[in-house]
Design a protein around this ligand. Structure first.
Ligand code: IPT
Length: 995
């Protein structure tokens, strides 16, 4: 690079160097009894539009009386209601010109100042250290007017030696933060750009003879633990004593040379399932450090990733630090609640995408039990736009910065038993600097493998990792002897990669409604032991709390804050909505990965324990039988404790089978006692078996007495005018109207994915675009005939769209059968439809007539929405929900609310039934689904945010003969062929009654 490394007004902004001044070496984030002083709280603050601002503010005597007050930690763009700029969301794009290492002169620069009183007694301290746990992106620090240094590495901890700068009594600390710097090029993660001092600032008194750093590496084998200690302390700190009271360990080291591995005796191992921790202290005469150690050994043997000698399967989540009001500012209570929620949803692993989280998160992970892949703060994805030219990952000018980042990552968190792998970063291409990072980790920590997905050929990492590989491709990776090529690999490199354990560091892109196919990925893990599971992208939406112009609150995404470039709602791709509400996909995940699986035999059930190492003695098993969704019997199941990896078969009780109702047997495994993350009785796993005796559906009557009809007609509870329904059960109702459209999901709008696997999708064009092209969202009807017969009415319509030669014929027959109103709709597409269809359904409009339909009760699959490739969490039962609860508030409105396989549906108004619908299975036994909402698919499709939907008390009931699957084409594969809906003839047959 020939250009000078200074930017207008600041000597550091364009410098790839990781820091300067009195920066101290990275060390563990320890719990110590040495004195410390939090500098969190209100700071004086001034925002300037460029980095070219005089440095006079750092002077001791500077008068900041005219400045504002800003809380630390915080991001200034999330404070002051827009007074300090706005957040920017980009995924891959850089929000500034790709001109490394330079950034624009328009570089928001936040100056922060505060006073603090040096606590009495600190004058004895050997050194005084000022620690920043996270500042985005480049910052410079002055104490009492003296510049002590500066650093980059936004999600990394830095400590400055300020001993010479502090004084007794009052002190002033000044921090200048530039939003953009050379470091921004290596922090291009898919998230909001949120500048500021967003993690804790603390002052530490380092005692003479203190413990500078300690690392208690542990190992576990055959019931016995081992501790391999490393103590960083001056000779004056010795003797140093290690105590593990519970294990009776008291080990005194009189000099640094004495520090040596020791046997810990009989111990219980640490695992994500049974996170057994032992409190340990390491003490000198002047400082005691307290750690919680867990005994475990991580190892790769052949293509297996093992902890304590047993294979690990990651049922993981990619976890960003994000909160609608705080951004990346950590809140321990919220983080704990989040992790407890993960445990309740059978999540056992976390990838800290794509940077180290707040250090306390690892304490929580140790305690609650997660396998953690701890990722370094590194991503240069935006270089993709320029063919990776100038990528810092392969530029020697950046080597120090890369090494500094990985050092700070590993050193800070090395003591945590939950961390089982280090990850070099995300989407940073490949290059020698990444290889150097890996070499550094290998030299420093032989106890944990190195992960980096971008090392496609496996030149410097220990596990094979991919993101979003399709099901067949993942299967090929898992299959021995397959010659199928692997991404960017020669056959030889591919063969080499197949000698390693495989993880999906990202899969199942959970944007909006979806993903589908979770169960297919899960099945592979159990068929091919080389596959070690993966990490869903991602745990939660990153919405930012904001308000529409009329004050209506909503969660903003890219483009909602006036960004010049942005990536829209690609930041809303979590299994949790921004306000912590789990989406149905999280229930699907929970069901798919459940650690206990049931297989029914004749009068028996086999219970398999798929856990890593815990047996099932923490679980109770129970069963129940329902007749048409009403419980008629139930009780406990006697199940002996099943060791991990084994199964038992136990007899089932006699199941009372109904002659005139469906009989379903449900078994459940629930927690026998409360844990740190759930109550006793919490359901861990469940399964259902259909024990119904087959009952023939009433046969459809054929009639020969049709004659042309006109005028009004009443058939039981239905009233018609000119052949069209006008009232049902005394209420205004219109329909059925053919509905082929659904408000496109983010996956329907997606263009990625391996299209060859889904012959109905077109490369580079979303299904939603094809649906709009074919006019599915704007169908029109031409009535061909209206006929009546004795107790019956029949209409035939031709439904098609403007400027399209394609159509669907819809024949609707209303009749009285056994005194009940029956509706039979037969739909048949013309030739020539070339795409998949979102749905084949009929819509009924229930206008607001004073007492609106506001809920549904049904017997069918539930309780949540389900789609053909996302059915694992749905069970057959009787459910009720208000109309609001029937749809999910996805950040961008889209298809939601489909309840599959409905048998009976009652629409309710203020708790009273108004219309009862019974759905007959079609000739092939397929049952329709329903959705009930306040808006049409067309209205939903037109809204970019929930607040844009009009207030409505109308009801829109859609009965779907079929829906298209979900897939995950927003970033991944399209809907798998068996779950794709192709244009075809279908029949919907309903019986309707009042009340
Ligand atoms: C992948 C990124 O690693 C992740 O951060 C996120 O952006 C995700 O995509 C999409 O939401 S990279 C993509 C090119 C597969």
């Amino acid at each position: 690079m020939s250009s000078p490394r200074t930017t207008h007004g600041s000597p550091h902004v364009a410098d790839p160097a990781p820091g300067y001044g009195a920066l101290r070496p990275a060390r563990s984030w320890l719990h110590s009894d040495a004195p410390s002083l939090s500098l969190n709280g209100p700071w004086r603050f001034r925002l300037s539009p460029t980095a070219a601002v005089a440095e006079d503010f750092a002077a001791d005597a500077f008068d900041d009386g005219g400045w504002d007050t800003l809380p630390v930690p915080s991001h200034w763009v999330l404070q002051g209601d827009g007074a300090y700029g706005r957040p920017i969301y980009t995924n891959v794009q850089y929000p500034f010109p790709i001109d490394p290492p330079h950034v624009p002169d328009e570089n928001p620069t936040g100056d922060h100042r505060r006073h603090f009183a040096l606590p009495d007694g600190w004058t004895d301290a050997e050194r005084i250290v000022l620690r920043f746990d996270g500042v985005e992106s480049l910052y410079r620090v002055w104490v009492n007017g003296r510049e002590v240094g500066g650093a980059t590495g936004s999600r990394l901890a830095h400590e400055f030696d300020v001993t010479e700068a502090v004084r007794p009594g009052d002190n002033v600390v000044a921090v200048r933060v530039h939003q953009w710097s050379a470091a921004s090029y290596v922090e291009d993660q898919d998230q909001w750009w949120l500048p500021g001092v967003f993690r804790d600032v603390t002052l530490h008194a380092r005692p003479a003879g203190g413990i500078e750093d300690v690392w208690l590496r542990t190992g576990y084998q055959d019931g016995h633990g081992r501790i391999d200690p490393e103590v960083t302390a001056g000779p004056a700190a010795f003797p140093v004593t290690l105590r593990v009271p519970e294990l009776g360990i008291e080990q005194v080291w009189s000099s640094p040379a004495d520090v040596a591995p020791l046997a810990a005796g009989a111990v219980l191992p640490w695992t994500a399932e049974e996170p057994r921790l032992y409190e340990a202290t390491v003490a000198s005469a002047t400082e005691t450090v307290t750690l919680r150690i867990g005994f475990r050994t991580v190892e790769i043997r052949g293509d297996r990733f093992l902890v304590n000698g047993r294979r690990v399967v990651f049922h993981g989540m990619n976890r960003h630090e994000t909160h609608p009001e705080r951004g990346r500012v950590f809140d321990e209570e919220h983080a704990r609640a989040d992790l407890e929620r993960m445990k309740r949803f059978n999540v056992n692993a976390i990838r800290t995408s794509h940077y180290p989280p707040h250090p306390r998160l690892l304490d929580l992970a140790d305690e609650l039990g997660f396998w953690v892949v701890l990722e370094c703060d590194l991503e240069t994805h935006g270089f993709d736009a320029v063919g990776w030219t100038g990528n810092p990952s392969d530029d020697p000018a950046w080597r120090d910065a890369y090494l500094d980042r990985i050092r700070r990552t590993v050193e800070r968190d090395k003591n945590h038993p939950s961390i089982v792998m280090w990850s070099l970063g995300n989407e940073a291409g490949t290059g020698t600097n990444l290889a150097a990072m890996s070499a550094w980790v290998h030299a420093r920590d032989g106890g944990r493998p190195v992960h980096y997905e971008g090392d496609h050929t496996g030149a410097y990492t220990d596990v094979y990792s991919r993101m979003y590989s399709s099901v067949p491709e993942t299967e090929q990776i898992g299959t021995d002897g397959s010659r199928a090529p692997l991404l960017n690999c020669t056959p030889a490199q591919g063969a080499h990669q197949r000698t390693k354990p495989f993880v999906l560091c990202e899969y199942a892109h959970a944007m909006g409604n979806g993903p589908g196919a979770l169960d297919q990925y899960e099945a592979l893990v159990h068929a091919h032991p080389r596959l070690h599971g993966g990490f869903v992208w991602e745990w939660r939406d990153h919405g930012i709390a904001t308000a529409a112009s009329d004050g209506t609150p909503y969660f903003g995404y890219g483009g909602d804050f006036g960004e010049v470039v942005h990536d829209g709602n690609f930041v809303m791709d979590g299994m949790l909505l921004s306000d912590d509400v789990p989406t149905p996909s999280l229930y699907e995940f929970k069901a798919v990965v459940q650690p206990v699986r049931f297989s029914f035999g004749a009068g028996t059930v086999e219970i398999a324990n798929l856990r890593h190492s815990a047996d099932t003695s923490d679980l109770r098993f129970r069963w129940r039988v329902e007749h048409d969704g009403v419980q008629v019997a139930g009780g406990g199941l006697e199940v002996p404790a099943v060791p991990a990896g084994e199964s038992v078969t136990v007899p089932l009780p006699a199941v009372p089978v109904a002659g005139d109702a469906e009989t379903w047997l449900t078994v459940e495994a629930v927690l026998a006692a409360a844990t740190a993350w759930a109550e006793a009785g919490h359901e861990v796993a469940t399964a259902q078996q259909d024990r119904s005796v087959p009952r023939p559906a009433p046969t459809a009557r054929t009639r020969g007495d049709w004659r042309p009809a006109e005028g009004t007609l009443t058939l039981g509870i239905a009233e018609f005018a000119a052949g069209s329904l006008v009232r049902l059960a005394g209420r205004p109702v219109t329909g059925p109207a053919l509905e082929l459209f659904r408000a496109p999901t983010d996956n329907d709008e997606g263009t990625s994915g391996a299209v060859e696997e889904s012959d109905a999708s077109v490369a580079g064009i979303s299904n939603a675009a094809l649906w709009r092209r074919d006019g599915l969202d704007r169908l029109t009807t031409r009535r061909i005939s209206v006929e009546c017969a004795d107790g019956a009415l029949r209409t035939v319509d031709r439904v098609s769209a403007a400027n399209s030669g394609l159509w669907v014929t819809v024949e609707s027959t209303w009749s009285l059968e056994d005194g009940e109103l029956e509706l039979r709709v037969e739909t048949a597409p013309s030739r020539g439809w070339s795409t998949v269809w979102p749905r084949i359904g009929v819509r009924f409009e229930l206008p607001d007539a004073g007492a609106p339909v506001d809920g549904a009760e049904w017997f069918g699959a539930g309780p949540l929405e389900s789609y053909p490739d996302s059915m694992a969490a749905a069970r057959v039962g009787r459910f009720a929900a208000g109309v609001g609860e029937l749809s999910v508030d996805y950040a961008r409105p889209q298809e939601t609310g489909h309840r599959s396989q409905v048998r009976e549906l009652t629409l309710t108004s203020a708790g009273t039934g108004v219309l009862r619908v019974t759905a007959c299975p079609d000739g092939r036994g397929r049952r329709p689904g329903f959705s009930l909402g306040r808006h049409t698919p067309q209205q939903i499709a037109g809204a970019a945010h929930p607040f844009e939907l009009p207030v409505s008390a109308a009801g829109h009931l859609i009965i779907d003969a079929a829906q298209h699957g979900l897939g995950s084409r927003a970033c991944g594969p399209d809907v798998w062929p068996p779950f794709a809906l192709r244009p075809e003839a279908r029949t919907i047959r309903l019986r309707l009654r009042a009340g």
